[in-house]
Structures are given as C-alpha cells and as structure tokens.
Unconditional design. Structure first.
Length: 344
C-alpha cells in the first residue's frame, strides 16, 4: 500500500485508518503466514526502473546496530547505495539520542545529496530533521514518521500490532493477565503496536494488562528484562500471568530466560523483529517463546534507497509518502519453513 504525495498529512492519516479498517477482518496467521504470499526480500542489485546514484553521496544516520533489525537495515541501505553507483557516508549512534542528533548534523554540514535516517525518537529528532529540510537536503526515513521526510519505509505496524494482539488473545483463550514492556512510546512502531494491542483487547474483556507496565531499556536489555520478569514472577504466582508482550524481541529473550528458569510453562511470550536469539528460542519446543513477527529487513533498506534514487533522478512523483512492507508471523508451528523462505 502506498500514499501519494499530494495532501501529505491528510493522505498519511487516511492510509493509517485504511490499514486499520482492512485488517480488522483478517488474520496474519491466515493471510501472510502462507509462504507463497510472502514477497521475497529485495536483493541489493540494480533494477531496471531505479535510476543510478552515480556521482551522488547519501548520508546514513542509524540510531544503533544493537539488534538484528537495525543492523540488517543499516547494512542493506549501504549495500544498495553502492550497488546503484553512489557513495555512502554512514553513521550509527550506538543507541544514544544525542549522538544520533549530532550524526545527522554532521551529515548536513557535509552537504550530502540525501540523508536516510534509521529509527530514532520522533520528538528528540524533530528539530534536527527540520534542519535537514531547511538545508534543502532530501530526507528519507525508516521507521520514523516526520513531516519533513520525502518517504518513510516501514513495516505495516498496524497489522503487526493487531495481529500479534489477536494471536495472544486466541492463544490464551480470551482470558488472563498479560505483562507488557512499554518503554518506548516515542518510537512510532512501538507506539502503534502498543495502541493496536490496547484496541484489540477492548474486545476481549477477560484479558487484563498488568500495571504498572514494565519499562524496557535500550542498553543491557536482555539482562534487565530477565531481572524485571524474575521479580514479576515472584509478585504473580503460577496461574496469574498468561502471556508477556513487547514491541520488539530483545527484551523477550530475557523474559523467556526468566520464565523458563522458573518453570512457568503456563506463560507464553510474544515479540517482534525475528531476531536470531528469539528465533532460536521459538524453535525450541521447551521454550516459552511462542511467536514473533518478522519484518522484511533487507527489503526495507533496499526500498528506502530505491526511493532516494528515484527522487534524486527526477522521478519524485513515483516516490510515495510511505512505503509499507507486509510482515510475517512466525510461530513454533511454521518456524522451520519460514526461516528458510525468508532467509532468517
């Protein structure tokens, strides 16, 4: 699904609402888990309809390369620029907001031909992204909605959020308490996924989100999450927690370690991103890690750079405001074949 350039704000809102309306009548288990319906990740080789980037310099500012999603996207953006003949100036901020801002500022100072920003806190980055716009440098974002971005490439986070929520609700029989990590409301994908969780569960009155919610961290995530869940298991004895939710996989690796060590096999764990550590646990029949949602990491990076090339090549009308890539639900039942088909 794409949104055309005219009436930028109105079309973005309409697209978001359209996604929600369409997806309330389908399930990712039946609509995208079928391998034949899953688009293959795009390869970083030149395509006939994508202009060359020869003579162009593209700046890349990633929030981090801490987990598989951000690392793979970061690498594929660089690979695609080079495959199209361009020069890359790449930075990654080691998960530090202030460094992310300064990295973007440095790219503006270098007067690159375009800048791709990967992830980041929307509120923190807003003034810096405005500076990019004022400098006349075309801005492209990945998983970061900004009024100054020519194009944002993202997974369909409404679909991810609603499907994961419905999967949890069905798996636990429509009743029980769910422990959630909710530490990044300023990060658009996490906010959307959490909002969809809350929205879906309004139709499941037998399910309760446990408060206070856990706050996941970006540094030392696994060990911190493991400790938080270990503490929570002491507060909620057997039978009082049915599932644990997070908008990404990394804290759930620690959560699964805590749950499995405690022998709490009644608890099911759900995340997003298809990180290798999470996939290994889902593949283990004895692990509490139940499901994750894979994003098309390689294709996300490639799509962003293709849009940069089209924009710089004069094909601005062919560049949508938002490029959505469909996600894929991975469960214990389909993990073996899905790993092969998605190259995970």
């Amino acid at each position: 699904m794409t949104v055309t350039r005219p009436a930028r704000l109105a079309s973005v809102v309409a697209a978001a609402l359209g996604v929600v309306l369409v997806l309330t009548s389908c399930s990712l288990k039946t609509s995208t888990a079928d391998a034949d319906d899953v688009p293959a990740p795009a390869a970083p080789s030149a395509a006939a309809d994508v202009p060359s980037l020869e003579g162009k310099t593209v700046g890349v500012a990633a929030k981090d390369v801490v987990h598989d999603f951000s690392r793979i996207v970061y690498e594929n953006v660089q690979d695609r620029v080079e495959a199209l003949g361009g020069t890359v100036v790449a930075t990654q901020a080691e998960a530090k907001d202030d460094k992310h801002v300064s990295d973007i500022d440095a790219l503006v100072s270098r007067d690159v031909d375009a800048i791709v920003v990967i992830l980041g806190d929307a509120t923190t980055l807003a003034p810096e992204l405005e500076k990019v716009h004022e400098a006349g440098i075309p801005l492209f974002t990945i998983d970061n909605v900004s009024e100054y971005s020519e194009n944002n490439v993202t997974s369909d986070n409404w679909q991810i959020g609603s499907t994961l929520a419905r999967t949890i609700a069905e798996d636990i029989g429509g009743t029980g308490k769910v422990l959630v990590f909710n530490g990044f409301p300023g990060v658009a994908p996490c906010r959307i996924r959490y909002d969809e969780l809350s929205l879906v569960l309004k139709d499941y009155p037998g399910i309760e989100l446990i408060t206070p919610e856990l706050q996941d961290k970006y540094v030392g995530t696994i060990e911190d999450a493991k400790q938080q869940v270990t503490d929570a298991l002491k507060r909620y004895p057997a039978g009082e927690i049915s599932a644990i939710w997070s908008c990404w996989d990394t804290p759930q690796i620690g959560a699964a370690q805590a749950v499995d060590a405690a022998g709490r096999d009644e608890i099911k764990i759900y995340g997003v991103d298809a990180d290798q550590g999470a996939l290994d646990l889902i593949a283990d029949p004895d692990s509490s890690y139940t499901a994750t949602v894979a994003q098309q990491n390689s294709a996300i990076g490639t799509t962003s750079v293709d849009n940069v090339a089209r924009f710089l090549g004069g094909d601005e009308a062919d560049v949508p405001v938002t490029s959505y890539l469909p996600p894929v639900l991975i469960t214990k039942e389909n993990i073996a074949e899905t790993r092969v088909e998605l190259g995970l």
